[in-house]
Design a protein around this ligand. Structure first.
Ligand SMILES: Nc1nc2c(ncn2[C@@H]2O[C@H](COP(=O)(O)OP(=O)(O)OP(=O)(O)O)[C@@H](O)[C@H]2O)c(=O)[nH]1
Ligand SMILES: [Mg+2]
Length: 514
């Protein structure tokens, strides 16, 4: 029978609570670890100032909740978690809490600190009835490398503190041009908790992707090329799982598209071709022209703010191509924005591994506490942690994956690539592990898993195989055995109880790494 690492970790926290019963400083740490274990995965959105973090978070939520303009709130770490009714709570540095009013203005949540200043607030907690928050806690963070040292320090202290594990289980890191600050931060995040283990939970996003090709209609293709280049030779390889180009503003606009906006796009699409081209030639022209076939300057300005010039051009051209209603337009714009690809990354690398990532973070936190506040009688807890680390296959996969990512292994390049794929380096779905397309038939998956198993077993049986290579092979074999078990002998596919952003289990499949 498989033992549940989460139950094991919870047991260790309970045991530690008894040992530290008299220690007023240790108890809150243990309480926090316990909470972390039972809550959804904490996914933080990070990046330098104005990288588009809050906009992307709104796109993921499908609502305009996170404040995107200047203002005090963009300087505070803000947690978005599931609640049946909306609520906003400010946690102050002095340990007290204050409820803030929930007000929406023009579709946007108006996050207002009132008479508080950002410097007094340690974090804001927003409770919101959004389905994605049932499986993830999303955390918006202030810009790294902000002009205000205070603001940047808050993010770094939260995400990559020196003296304890990160408060986030995983991050989406937004970058626009690969800047030394980006690499520096990702290195710090990687090196927080247990050595290099953080390489398996950072996804890089090439943000504001529509601006890369100056908003031209092929902008996202240019962005995809840049992202690929960064992935291969930007020094990012050992720091992030991949680089996904995303036009967050377009995704946010599409997911919150209003009928009046659809009508405005339709008006643009119906204009005489020459007039339309003249109008869409540049941002300045788009808002500058006095008369534009009945679209007021205010309307045009609003469209630009919500979709960017790329989004306006794309929406118009899609309508001209036959898109007939606002729901279809929204779908098509979301598809073009890169958001779905990002969702797939989150699903296959993070959501499917949520339990493991949480257990790992909690064990790191517990270990840190035992080291910093030594007391008698912790041997059993330490032994328990070791048992979980050795026996929980998900943890062994993660630890091997991070070693492979930083080149710390004795395998040949081909073998390392194959092991990495099998243990979930391209996503934890069966087909990603087997290197097959997303929609491959179950029978084909079964056939592949058996032939890979046979190959790895015979490879590992070689008497001259190095110990570390044999161990890596053993982990790969175990992963394949689990895939085989999940697939069953035939018939129905097993149902997943993980809530995924992209709906039914979806993997990077054919598009992986393109
Ligand atoms: N063209 C374009 N503009 C974007 C995109 N994402 C964000 N922006 C714009 O960039 C500005 C900053 O966006 P935010 O989402 O507030 O960025 P942020 O990283 O949260 O900023 P701070 O929290 O202040 O560091 C806003 O004016 C957005 O409209 C995008 O994908 N494309
Ligand atoms: Mg922001």
């Amino acid at each position: 029978m498989k033992s549940d690492p989460r139950v094991g970790a919870a047991g260790l926290i309970a045991a530690a609570r008894e040992l530290y019963a008299e220690d007023a400083a240790a108890l809150p740490v243990l309480e926090e670890l316990d909470r972390r274990l039972s809550e959804p995965l904490r996914l933080a959105v990070a990046g330098i100032v104005k990288a588009g973090k809050s906009t992307l978070l709104n796109a993921m939520l499908g609502e305009q909740i996170a404040p995107t303009d200047a203002g005090e709130c963009t300087r505070v770490v803000t947690w978005y978690r599931y609640a049946d009714t909306p609520s906003i709570t400010a946690h102050l540095d002095d340990g007290t809490q204050r409820r803030l009013p929930v007000r929406r203005v023009g579709g946007k949540l108006n996050l207002d600190l009132g008479d508080l200043t950002a410097d007094e607030v340690s974090r804001i907690d927003v409770g919101w009835p959004s389905s994605i928050l049932r499986s993830l806690i999303l955390i918006d963070t202030p810009g790294i490398a902000s002009l205000s040292h205070n603001v940047a320090a808050r993010s770094t202290e939260f995400l990559a503190p020196e003296e304890r594990p990160s408060s986030a289980d995983a991050i989406i890191y937004l970058l626009r041009h690969l800047h030394p600050t980006d690499l520096g931060f990702l290195e710090a995040f990687r090196d927080t908790a247990a050595g290099a283990s953080q390489t398996v939970n950072a996804i890089a996003v090439l943000s504001r992707a529509d601006e890369i090709g100056s908003g031209r209609i092929d902008s996202l293709l240019s962005a995809a090329k840049v992202a690929r280049r960064y992935e291969l030779d930007g020094g990012l390889q050992s720091l992030a799982l991949g680089v996904v180009p995303v036009a967050g503003l377009l995704a946010e606009g599409a997911r919150t598209l209003r009928e009046s906006e659809f009508a405005a796009f339709r008006t643009l699409a119906a204009m005489e071709r020459r007039d339309r081209e003249r109008l869409l030639v540049s941002t300045d022209r788009f808002v500058g022209l006095a008369d534009a076939s009945g679209l007021s300057r205010e309307t045009r300005k609003a469209l630009l703010a919500r979709f960017g010039i790329y989004g306006v051009r794309l929406a118009t051209s899609l309508i001209r191509g036959g898109v007939a209603d606002s729901a279809e337009l929204a779908d098509r714009l979301v598809q073009q924005s890169g958001l779905l690809e990002l969702n797939r990354y989150v699903d296959t690398h993070l959501s499917l591994r949520a339990e493991t990532l949480k257990v790992r973070a909690v064990l790191d936190g517990l270990e840190r506490l035992l080291r910093q506040r030594p007391v008698a009688g912790t041997d059993e807890i330490r032994a328990g942690m070791e048992r979980i680390r050795i026996s929980a296959h998900g943890l062994r996969e993660l630890s091997l994956l991070s070693k492979l990512r930083v080149g710390d292994h004795p395998l040949s390049t081909d073998e390392a690539e194959a092991v990495s794929r099998i243990i979930g380096g391209r996503g934890a779905t069966p087909w990603a592990r087997l290197g097959l397309p997303r929609h491959a038939a179950d029978d084909r998956l079964r056939e592949h898993v058996q032939s890979e198993l046979a190959w790895w077993r015979s490879r590992n049986a070689s008497p001259v195989r190095e110990r570390a290579a044999r161990e890596a092979g053993r982990i790969a074999i175990r992963s394949l055995e689990e895939v085989a078990l999940d697939l069953g002998p035939g018939g129905e596919s097993p149902a997943s109880d993980v809530v995924l952003l992209s709906g039914p289990v979806d993997g990077p499949g054919e598009s992986a790494g393109q």
